[in-house]
Design a protein around this ligand. Structure first.
Ligand SMILES: Cn1cc(C(=O)NCCN2CCCC2)ccc1=O
Length: 116
């Protein structure tokens, strides 16, 4: 027989986004991602990275209600990490910080989702 679908409770998704963002900002490896990359001091960045993103911009979007759900928020957080992988060698300070932050984020949001 068809298993009855549990209704999705999306009411606290934005609260989950705020918790996740606070955890990202508090992480010791967050320093490359806290504010927009200054393309004037990072040669080539503006040419290579078409959609820059950083944690302060995500916070601004969250504050201005530009994320309709957790999925849209996760897309922007992954953009931060994908930009980082694209622009930085894996074996570099910033490259390694990006990998560590992505691993932390993936673990954290799956933990929070399993609480539901
Ligand atoms: C994500 N990302 C960041 C940078 C960067 O230089 N960030 C500034 C780091 N500042 C140093 C002192 C305070 C913050 C370069 C390339 C890149 O992909």
């Amino acid at each position: 027989a068809k298993k009855a679908k549990k209704p999705k409770d999306s009411s606290n998704e934005l609260a989950v986004c705020r918790v996740l963002l606070a955890d990202l900002e508090a992480h010791q490896d967050a320093w490359p991602f806290l504010s927009p990359v200054r393309h004037k001091s990072v040669p080539g960045y503006r040419k290579v990275i078409k959609k820059p993103m950083d944690f302060s911009t995500i916070k601004e979007k969250l504050t201005n209600n530009l994320y309709l759900n957790l999925e849209n928020f996760i897309v922007d957080v992954n953009l931060v990490f994908n930009n980082c992988q694209r622009f930085n060698e894996d074996d570099s300070e910033i490259g390694r910080a990006g990998h560590r932050m992505r691993r932390f984020f993936d673990k954290r949001w799956t933990e929070l989702l399993h609480l539901k």
